[in-house]
Write a protein that binds this ligand. Sequence first.
Ligand code: HEC
Length: 172
Amino acid sequence: MSDNHDESHEAHTGPIKTPKQLLVAVFFSFVVPVFIIIGLVAYVTRHNLPEAGAQSTPAEVAERIHPVAAVEVRDANRELKTGEQVYKAQCSTCHAIGAAGSPKFEDAKAWAPRIAKGYDALLNSALHGKGAMGAQGGGDFDDVEVGRGVVYMANAAGAKFAIPQPAAAAAK
Ligand code: HEC
């Protein structure tokens, strides 16, 4: 009877019988998968890294160190820029990082009280300047383009403003 009991006990212990086997089992079931995951992550993200010994082209360096403001001569009948283009060209300098106390792009909390003032108030601030922000954000855009920049940023932070259209296009 007691022999019988021992046998059934033996049958239920499984393949791990010694501390060494336990260590090996732990190693293969926990440690190895962690390294496999690290390897997969490195494999998937390797395209984002510059190649070993990569050199920037002069164009890439120029792009990185280009001055914040630039003078550009423009055709009065040119296509108006989209809000995103205006934002990237002019507004992101401050608003992408929240520089000088500006409401940061996509920061709904920082934008909410401003959005609550309404589009006209925001446009007025953007056109004429407010606090550390110069008139037109320091740029030289058409008022409609500045408006689009305002809408682009406000909408990214939760507003639902309509994209401003030039008077001529609106009359069509
Ligand atoms: C030199 C940095 C700078 C640039 C460039 C800039 N802003 Fe600003 N912006 C600010 C700062 C600082 C504030 C906060 C002003 C305050 O409330 O005192 C602000 C606030 C605003 C506001 C909220 C105004 C309000 O009444 O609450 C709007 C809208 C805005 N910017 C739009 C723009 C647009 C559109 C552009 C691009 C054409 C732009 N900004 C470029 C710094 C900048």
